[in-house]
Design a protein around this ligand. Structure first.
Ligand SMILES: NC(=O)c1ccc[n+]([C@@H]2O[C@H](COP(=O)([O-])OP(=O)(O)OC[C@H]3O[C@@H](n4cnc5c(N)ncnc54)[C@H](OP(=O)(O)O)[C@@H]3O)[C@@H](O)[C@H]2O)c1
Length: 285
């Protein structure tokens, strides 16, 4: 698919992967509708993009009751319509289920799974009118490998993976393509210092967000729509986990004590909620 001239709706545009995607898509000639909550960060991001005046910056909270509706309202005013929807906004919470906060669980499932489903459902009639269109859902390797401390996050991404797979098959006889992308750990603000420390201790590679963006642009430009897992050996681990889950069980059993240590916030540094979350309760209501 040629990106030049396409209009792209990108959620989570302010984030690590979102801003890297925005820069590469704009350089490839796309017009962007940038969505996030932090308006000044969106405006700053827009000022760094090629042909900045043609892009739109929308500060909408997609978890608010009217967030998706307001976004659709804006998109309906665009003469060009949307060609590519990228469901990238997401949040994580590093917490064992026994210590997990129900409010955070609801927010993680809401933003990572329900919002992409709601946006895709609402945008689909418009996408089906385009000569060619694309939905990209940003998942995670943890949507294919259940990882201690990321049960709820992984569940949200596994749901998104299956939604994307079924949708891709539903739309196989239309001009709308669907791509599910599963990055491995990536160097962005989503990962708290504890997640970064755990990844360092366990030797887990963390990709720069630009690498993730480049892999996604490559898939768009070469038109390969089969689900993309980014990183080696993570791609192999996904296959092993599917075929021989006992091997993954044993390997993660060996790391469990260390993973649990990193998931716990010392009592002195935490309130009631003991997990290590990037979740800001002030930002949902
Ligand atoms: N980083 C990783 O290790 C990793 C690995 C695998 C997959 N992923 C996935 O990649 C995607 C991007 O993550 P990232 O690492 O780039 O995260 P990030 O830097 O934390 O960015 C997440 C973005 O989501 C936006 N957002 C959060 N809540 C929102 C809401 N209620 N309404 C609208 N926007 C909201 C934030 O916008 P504001 O800043 O404007 O509030 C933020 O810009 C996510 O789906 C994530 O699950 C990340």
């Amino acid at each position: 698919m040629d990106i030049n001239g396409k209009t792209v709706l990108l959620t989570g545009a302010n984030g690590g992967i979102g801003s890297a995607l925005a820069k590469q898509l704009a350089s490839a000639g796309a017009t962007l509708v940038l969505v996030g909550r932090d308006e000044s960060a969106l405006v700053r991001l827009r000022s760094t993009l090629s042909a900045q005046q043609r892009h739109h910056a929308l500060a909408y909270d997609l978890q608010a009751s009217d967030g998706v509706e307001r976004l659709l309202g804006f998109c309906s005013t665009l003469p060009s319509g949307i060609d590519i929807l990228i469901n990238n906004a997401g949040m994580s919470d590093f917490a064992f289920v026994a210590e997990s906060d129900p409010d955070v669980e609801r927010a993680v499932i809401g933003l990572n799974l329900y919002v992409p489903i709601a946006l895709t459902t609402a945008m689909l009639p418009g996408l089906l009118l385009r000569p060619e269109a694309l939905v990209i859902n940003i998942g995670s390797v943890f949507g294919s490998i259940g990882y201690p401390g990321f049960a709820v996050y992984g569940a949200s991404k596994a749901g998104l993976r299956v939604f994307s797979e079924a949708l891709r098959r539903e739309l196989a006889d239309t001009a709308v393509r669907v791509l599910y992308v599963a990055p491995r750990a990536t160097q962005t603000p989503m990962n708290s210092s504890r997640v970064v420390a755990m990844n360092q201790a366990l030797g887990n590679t963390m990709d720069p967000p630009e690498k993730v963006a480049t892999a996604i642009l490559n898939r768009i430009q070469t038109g390969r729509w089969r689900a993309l897992t980014i990183g080696w050996p993570e791609r192999l681990f996904v296959v092993i986990n599917n075929l021989l889950p006992g091997i993954t069980d044993s390997s993660l059993r060996g790391q469990l004590t260390r993973i649990r240590q990193y998931s716990r916030v010392p009592a002195s540094a935490a309130g009631k909620h003991q997990s290590d979350s990037n979740f800001d309760k002030r930002k949902i209501s």
